[in-house]
Ligand binder design. Structure first.
Ligand code: ADP
Length: 274
Protein backbone atom coordinates (compact mmCIF):
# COMPACT_ATOMS: atom_id res chain seq x y z
CA UNK A 1 0.00 0.00 0.00
CA UNK A 2 1.12 3.60 0.66
CA UNK A 3 3.81 2.56 3.07
CA UNK A 4 5.47 0.49 0.38
CA UNK A 5 5.18 3.31 -2.14
CA UNK A 6 6.91 5.65 0.27
CA UNK A 7 9.67 3.20 0.99
CA UNK A 8 10.25 2.66 -2.75
CA UNK A 9 10.45 6.38 -3.42
CA UNK A 10 12.96 7.17 -0.69
CA UNK A 11 14.95 3.99 -1.00
CA UNK A 12 17.98 5.74 -2.55
CA UNK A 13 18.25 7.96 0.52
CA UNK A 14 19.35 5.07 2.66
CA UNK A 15 17.65 2.31 4.54
CA UNK A 16 17.72 4.11 7.87
CA UNK A 17 15.55 6.98 6.62
CA UNK A 18 13.21 4.58 4.85
CA UNK A 19 12.68 2.71 8.05
CA UNK A 20 11.94 5.92 9.94
CA UNK A 21 9.42 7.08 7.33
CA UNK A 22 7.65 3.76 7.25
CA UNK A 23 7.51 3.70 11.03
CA UNK A 24 6.12 7.24 11.04
CA UNK A 25 3.42 6.31 8.61
CA UNK A 26 2.45 3.24 10.59
CA UNK A 27 2.37 5.29 13.79
CA UNK A 28 0.22 7.97 12.14
CA UNK A 29 -2.18 5.30 10.94
CA UNK A 30 -2.33 3.76 14.39
CA UNK A 31 -3.07 7.13 16.02
CA UNK A 32 -5.78 7.82 13.44
CA UNK A 33 -7.36 4.41 14.10
CA UNK A 34 -7.27 4.99 17.87
CA UNK A 35 -8.90 8.41 17.39
CA UNK A 36 -11.64 6.93 15.21
CA UNK A 37 -12.29 4.15 17.72
CA UNK A 38 -12.49 6.72 20.48
CA UNK A 39 -15.07 8.84 18.67
CA UNK A 40 -17.11 5.71 17.92
CA UNK A 41 -16.92 4.66 21.56
CA UNK A 42 -17.94 8.08 22.83
CA UNK A 43 -20.91 8.12 20.46
CA UNK A 44 -21.97 4.70 21.62
CA UNK A 45 -21.58 5.59 25.29
CA UNK A 46 -23.65 8.75 24.82
CA UNK A 47 -26.35 6.97 22.86
CA UNK A 48 -27.11 4.51 25.63
CA UNK A 49 -28.31 6.96 28.30
CA UNK A 50 -29.85 9.34 25.75
CA UNK A 51 -31.83 6.47 24.22
CA UNK A 52 -32.97 5.33 27.66
CA UNK A 53 -34.04 8.88 28.55
CA UNK A 54 -36.07 9.16 25.39
CA UNK A 55 -37.86 5.85 26.01
CA UNK A 56 -38.48 6.71 29.65
CA UNK A 57 -39.96 10.10 28.82
CA UNK A 58 -42.38 8.38 26.44
CA UNK A 59 -43.25 5.93 29.18
CA UNK A 60 -43.92 8.81 31.58
CA UNK A 61 -46.32 10.38 29.10
CA UNK A 62 -48.15 7.09 28.54
CA UNK A 63 -48.46 6.50 32.26
CA UNK A 64 -49.73 9.97 33.14
CA UNK A 65 -52.78 8.52 34.94
CA UNK A 66 -50.65 6.17 37.07
CA UNK A 67 -48.69 8.28 39.58
CA UNK A 68 -46.72 5.30 40.90
CA UNK A 69 -45.47 4.38 37.44
CA UNK A 70 -44.62 8.00 36.72
CA UNK A 71 -42.53 8.15 39.87
CA UNK A 72 -40.75 4.91 38.97
CA UNK A 73 -39.92 6.09 35.46
CA UNK A 74 -38.84 9.50 36.72
CA UNK A 75 -36.47 7.79 39.16
CA UNK A 76 -34.90 5.87 36.33
CA UNK A 77 -34.62 9.02 34.29
CA UNK A 78 -32.68 10.56 37.11
CA UNK A 79 -30.23 7.63 37.12
CA UNK A 80 -29.69 7.95 33.36
CA UNK A 81 -29.22 11.70 33.63
CA UNK A 82 -26.63 11.20 36.38
CA UNK A 83 -24.82 8.67 34.18
CA UNK A 84 -24.78 11.13 31.32
CA UNK A 85 -23.43 13.88 33.55
CA UNK A 86 -20.60 11.73 34.91
CA UNK A 87 -19.67 10.53 31.43
CA UNK A 88 -19.44 14.11 30.16
CA UNK A 89 -17.47 15.14 33.26
CA UNK A 90 -15.00 12.28 32.81
CA UNK A 91 -14.59 13.15 29.13
CA UNK A 92 -13.78 16.72 30.13
CA UNK A 93 -11.31 15.44 32.76
CA UNK A 94 -9.67 13.14 30.22
CA UNK A 95 -9.30 15.86 27.61
CA UNK A 96 -7.92 18.19 30.27
CA UNK A 97 -5.23 15.76 31.42
CA UNK A 98 -4.36 15.04 27.80
CA UNK A 99 -4.10 18.68 26.75
CA UNK A 100 -2.78 20.57 29.77
CA UNK A 101 0.84 20.27 30.70
CA UNK A 102 0.53 19.35 34.39
CA UNK A 103 3.98 20.65 35.12
CA UNK A 104 3.03 24.18 34.13
CA UNK A 105 1.43 24.75 37.49
CA UNK A 106 3.18 22.04 39.40
CA UNK A 107 3.80 22.51 43.11
CA UNK A 108 4.66 20.36 46.09
CA UNK A 109 1.44 18.61 47.12
CA UNK A 110 1.01 17.10 50.56
CA UNK A 111 0.27 13.39 50.40
CA UNK A 112 -1.90 13.45 53.54
CA UNK A 113 -4.14 16.06 51.89
CA UNK A 114 -4.39 14.11 48.64
CA UNK A 115 -5.28 10.95 50.50
CA UNK A 116 -7.87 12.69 52.71
CA UNK A 117 -9.48 14.22 49.63
CA UNK A 118 -9.63 10.87 47.81
CA UNK A 119 -11.17 9.19 50.86
CA UNK A 120 -13.71 11.99 51.32
CA UNK A 121 -14.85 11.52 47.77
CA UNK A 122 -15.71 7.88 48.51
CA UNK A 123 -17.08 8.35 52.01
CA UNK A 124 -20.70 7.83 51.00
CA UNK A 125 -20.44 4.73 48.76
CA UNK A 126 -18.02 3.17 51.26
CA UNK A 127 -20.39 3.77 54.17
CA UNK A 128 -23.34 2.33 52.31
CA UNK A 129 -21.39 -0.90 51.76
CA UNK A 130 -19.83 -0.81 55.24
CA UNK A 131 -16.38 -0.70 53.70
CA UNK A 132 -13.73 0.62 56.06
CA UNK A 133 -11.08 2.88 54.59
CA UNK A 134 -7.73 3.37 56.29
CA UNK A 135 -4.59 5.25 55.32
CA UNK A 136 -1.03 4.90 56.60
CA UNK A 137 2.41 6.40 56.13
CA UNK A 138 1.18 9.65 54.61
CA UNK A 139 2.77 12.05 57.10
CA UNK A 140 5.59 14.34 55.92
CA UNK A 141 5.48 13.20 52.31
CA UNK A 142 5.05 15.50 49.33
CA UNK A 143 4.69 14.80 45.65
CA UNK A 144 5.57 17.16 42.85
CA UNK A 145 2.76 17.93 40.43
CA UNK A 146 -0.58 19.38 39.54
CA UNK A 147 -2.82 19.20 42.61
CA UNK A 148 -6.10 18.81 40.72
CA UNK A 149 -4.80 16.08 38.43
CA UNK A 150 -3.16 14.14 41.24
CA UNK A 151 -6.34 14.32 43.31
CA UNK A 152 -8.38 13.06 40.35
CA UNK A 153 -5.97 10.15 39.81
CA UNK A 154 -5.88 8.96 43.41
CA UNK A 155 -9.62 9.57 43.77
CA UNK A 156 -10.30 7.29 40.81
CA UNK A 157 -8.23 4.48 42.32
CA UNK A 158 -9.98 4.68 45.68
CA UNK A 159 -13.37 4.94 43.99
CA UNK A 160 -12.66 1.77 41.99
CA UNK A 161 -11.45 -0.04 45.10
CA UNK A 162 -14.79 0.69 46.77
CA UNK A 163 -16.88 -0.02 43.66
CA UNK A 164 -15.31 -3.39 42.90
CA UNK A 165 -15.39 -4.73 46.45
CA UNK A 166 -18.11 -6.59 48.32
CA UNK A 167 -19.67 -5.21 51.50
CA UNK A 168 -17.79 -5.27 54.81
CA UNK A 169 -14.29 -5.36 53.33
CA UNK A 170 -11.35 -3.00 53.75
CA UNK A 171 -9.72 -0.48 51.45
CA UNK A 172 -6.24 0.61 52.44
CA UNK A 173 -4.06 3.44 51.16
CA UNK A 174 -0.39 3.09 52.02
CA UNK A 175 2.18 5.76 51.25
CA UNK A 176 5.96 5.51 51.40
CA UNK A 177 9.11 6.99 49.98
CA UNK A 178 11.21 4.75 47.75
CA UNK A 179 14.75 5.47 46.68
CA UNK A 180 15.25 5.48 42.94
CA UNK A 181 18.24 6.32 40.75
CA UNK A 182 16.58 9.42 39.22
CA UNK A 183 15.48 10.89 42.56
CA UNK A 184 13.22 9.64 45.31
CA UNK A 185 9.69 8.56 44.46
CA UNK A 186 6.51 8.52 46.48
CA UNK A 187 4.55 5.32 46.22
CA UNK A 188 0.81 5.37 46.88
CA UNK A 189 -0.70 1.90 47.02
CA UNK A 190 -4.48 1.41 47.07
CA UNK A 191 -5.40 -2.10 48.19
CA UNK A 192 -8.84 -3.70 48.17
CA UNK A 193 -10.29 -7.10 49.01
CA UNK A 194 -12.56 -7.04 45.98
CA UNK A 195 -13.30 -9.11 42.92
CA UNK A 196 -9.80 -8.87 41.47
CA UNK A 197 -8.73 -8.78 37.83
CA UNK A 198 -7.59 -11.64 35.58
CA UNK A 199 -4.15 -11.52 33.94
CA UNK A 200 -5.77 -11.15 30.53
CA UNK A 201 -7.82 -8.12 31.64
CA UNK A 202 -4.93 -6.52 33.51
CA UNK A 203 -3.33 -5.62 30.20
CA UNK A 204 -6.39 -3.77 28.98
CA UNK A 205 -8.05 -2.02 31.93
CA UNK A 206 -6.04 1.17 31.38
CA UNK A 207 -7.53 1.58 27.89
CA UNK A 208 -10.27 4.13 27.43
CA UNK A 209 -13.72 2.53 27.80
CA UNK A 210 -12.38 -0.95 28.54
CA UNK A 211 -14.36 -2.67 31.28
CA UNK A 212 -14.12 -6.26 32.48
CA UNK A 213 -17.86 -6.36 33.12
CA UNK A 214 -19.68 -3.48 31.41
CA UNK A 215 -22.96 -4.17 33.24
CA UNK A 216 -21.28 -4.03 36.64
CA UNK A 217 -19.32 -0.92 35.73
CA UNK A 218 -22.50 0.85 34.62
CA UNK A 219 -24.38 -0.25 37.73
CA UNK A 220 -21.78 1.49 39.89
CA UNK A 221 -21.84 4.60 37.69
CA UNK A 222 -18.54 3.75 36.00
CA UNK A 223 -17.60 5.26 32.65
CA UNK A 224 -14.60 3.13 31.70
CA UNK A 225 -12.43 6.24 31.60
CA UNK A 226 -11.13 6.37 35.18
CA UNK A 227 -7.99 4.27 34.76
CA UNK A 228 -7.17 5.93 31.42
CA UNK A 229 -7.13 9.23 33.31
CA UNK A 230 -4.96 7.73 36.08
CA UNK A 231 -2.47 6.33 33.58
CA UNK A 232 -2.23 9.62 31.74
CA UNK A 233 -1.72 11.65 34.90
CA UNK A 234 0.97 9.26 36.15
CA UNK A 235 2.86 9.33 32.85
CA UNK A 236 2.70 13.11 32.39
CA UNK A 237 4.12 13.54 35.90
CA UNK A 238 7.03 11.28 35.10
CA UNK A 239 5.56 8.49 37.19
CA UNK A 240 3.68 5.29 36.54
CA UNK A 241 0.74 3.22 37.70
CA UNK A 242 0.89 -0.55 38.05
CA UNK A 243 -1.53 -3.21 39.19
CA UNK A 244 -1.19 -6.39 41.16
CA UNK A 245 -4.27 -8.54 41.50
CA UNK A 246 -5.48 -11.97 42.38
CA UNK A 247 -8.92 -12.95 41.10
CA UNK A 248 -11.47 -13.20 43.89
CA UNK A 249 -8.95 -11.93 46.46
CA UNK A 250 -8.38 -8.31 45.65
CA UNK A 251 -6.19 -5.80 43.88
CA UNK A 252 -3.47 -3.28 44.60
CA UNK A 253 -3.00 -0.29 42.32
CA UNK A 254 0.31 1.48 42.88
CA UNK A 255 0.93 5.04 41.82
CA UNK A 256 4.58 6.16 41.74
CA UNK A 257 5.20 9.89 41.57
CA UNK A 258 8.21 12.15 41.88
CA UNK A 259 8.87 13.39 45.40
CA UNK A 260 8.85 17.11 46.20
CA UNK A 261 10.59 19.04 48.94
CA UNK A 262 8.46 19.98 51.96
CA UNK A 263 5.57 22.40 51.45
CA UNK A 264 5.31 24.17 54.80
CA UNK A 265 6.47 27.82 54.77
CA UNK A 266 9.07 27.24 57.49
CA UNK A 267 10.77 24.35 55.75
CA UNK A 268 10.66 26.19 52.45
CA UNK A 269 12.54 29.09 54.04
CA UNK A 270 15.14 26.70 55.43
CA UNK A 271 15.63 25.23 51.97
CA UNK A 272 15.92 28.65 50.39
CA UNK A 273 18.48 29.99 52.85
CA UNK A 274 20.51 26.90 53.25
P1 ADP B 1 -14.92 2.17 35.39
O1 ADP B 1 -15.55 3.51 35.26
O2 ADP B 1 -15.64 1.09 34.65
O3 ADP B 1 -14.61 1.81 36.80
P2 ADP B 1 -12.03 2.32 35.01
O4 ADP B 1 -11.26 2.82 33.85
O5 ADP B 1 -11.84 3.04 36.30
O6 ADP B 1 -13.55 2.34 34.56
O7 ADP B 1 -11.71 0.79 35.21
C1 ADP B 1 -11.77 -0.08 34.09
C2 ADP B 1 -12.20 -1.48 34.51
O8 ADP B 1 -11.16 -2.07 35.31
C3 ADP B 1 -13.45 -1.52 35.39
O9 ADP B 1 -14.63 -1.51 34.62
C4 ADP B 1 -13.26 -2.83 36.14
O10 ADP B 1 -13.67 -3.90 35.33
C5 ADP B 1 -11.74 -2.92 36.30
N1 ADP B 1 -11.28 -2.45 37.63
C6 ADP B 1 -10.80 -1.22 37.94
N2 ADP B 1 -10.44 -1.14 39.23
C7 ADP B 1 -10.70 -2.35 39.78
C8 ADP B 1 -10.55 -2.92 41.10
N3 ADP B 1 -10.04 -2.20 42.13
N4 ADP B 1 -10.92 -4.21 41.28
C9 ADP B 1 -11.43 -4.94 40.24
N5 ADP B 1 -11.61 -4.46 38.99
C10 ADP B 1 -11.24 -3.19 38.76
Amino acid sequence: GDALAVSARVAPLGSRLVLLLVEDLTEARRIEAVRRDFVANVSHELKTPVGALSLLSEAVMDASDDPEAVERFAGRMQIEATRLTSLVQELIDLSRVQNDDPLEDAEPVRVDELVAEAMDRCRQPAASKQITMAAGGTADLNVWGNRGQLAAALGNLVENAVNYSPARTRVGIAARRVTAPGGDLIELAVTDQGIGISDKDKERIFERFYRVDPARSRATGGTGLGLAIVKHVAASHGGEVTVWSSEGQGSTFTLRLPEAAATSPSSRKTTASG
